[in-house]
Design a protein around this ligand. Structure first.
Ligand code: FES
Length: 241
């Protein structure tokens, strides 16, 4: 079969699709084809991978126009042509390797890195409810593949809106839903362009971990932004303080 792979250097000099002949074996994955090319046809081909089992998220690329984990994507028999591109929403580094730094910078703005939770007072007992465990655990299933970020049409079509992106909202939600969370992220996600998301669910549908990004991360944040502006809720918070 023919596997066409996007090749370039960081400055996009000589960016081109190169076609390689790869022997097809039943059940082979896209990552296997890339490894074959690197081992037998062109050792200069660059791509990331680590676990080979859909757990580390490092092997994501666009295969026939769709962002997927290459280690989990089977090449079906009879597929004559395969094209493999890097995740296009990120600045390229080389071939299929991209730079995630812009997304990581936005994550920092949401205070989603190692945010300390409120310390329990000595002897304080906290009963954690099952639904609270599940809400936080779902967000922690994220493997940082950035597939949801790559399919997001806001990030693709309106980068000027500087939207923080679905993956970063998942990370922020993992902190926000901790029952002892002390950070109010409503203003942070609002500044992060949350209103630009019109909940089309493309991120949710693409998530290899099955995280309900729209339903359980984006919509709750939207609700928090709205309620943070509600004068009645503000008053209630003051009274309950
Ligand atoms: S190599 Fe780890 S998810 Fe694909």
């Amino acid at each position: 079969m023919k596997v066409r792979v996007y090749r370039s250097d960081a400055r996009q000099r000589d960016a081109k699709l190169i076609a390689y002949d790869v022997p097809y074996t039943k059940g082979m994955r896209v990552l296997t084809a890339l490894e074959f090319i690197q081992e037998h046809l062109d050792p200069t081909l660059s791509f990331r991978w680590n676990c080979g089992a859909g757990q580390c998220g490092s092997c994501a690329a666009e295969v026939n126009g769709k962002p997927v984990l290459t280690c989990k994507t089977e090449i079906r028999e009879g597929m004559q042509d395969l094209s493999v591109f890097p995740l296009k929403v990120f600045p390229p580094v080389k071939d299929l390797v991209v730079d995630f730094a812009p997304a990581q910078k936005k994550l920092k703005d949401l205070r989603a890195h190692f945010t300390p939770a409120r310390e329990k007072k000595p002897g304080e007992f906290y009963r954690l409810q099952e639904w609270q465990v599940q809400a936080a655990q779902e967000m922690r299933k994220c493997i940082d593949c950035f597939i949801c970020y790559d399919v997001c049409h806001v990030l693709r079509d309106a980068p000027h809106l500087n939207f923080v992106g679905p993956r970063n909202l998942v990370k922020a939600a993992a902190q926000e839903f901790h029952p002892l969370n002390v950070v109010n992220r409503a203003p942070l996600v609002e500044q992060g362009g949350l209103s630009a998301c019109n909940v089309t669910r493309c991120c949710t549908e693409s998530c290899p971990q099955g995280i309900q990004i729209t339903q359980n991360a984006i919509i709750p944040f939207k609700e928090r932004v709205i309620s943070s502006k509600d004068p009645f809720e503000k008053l209630l918070k003051k009274v309950l303080k």
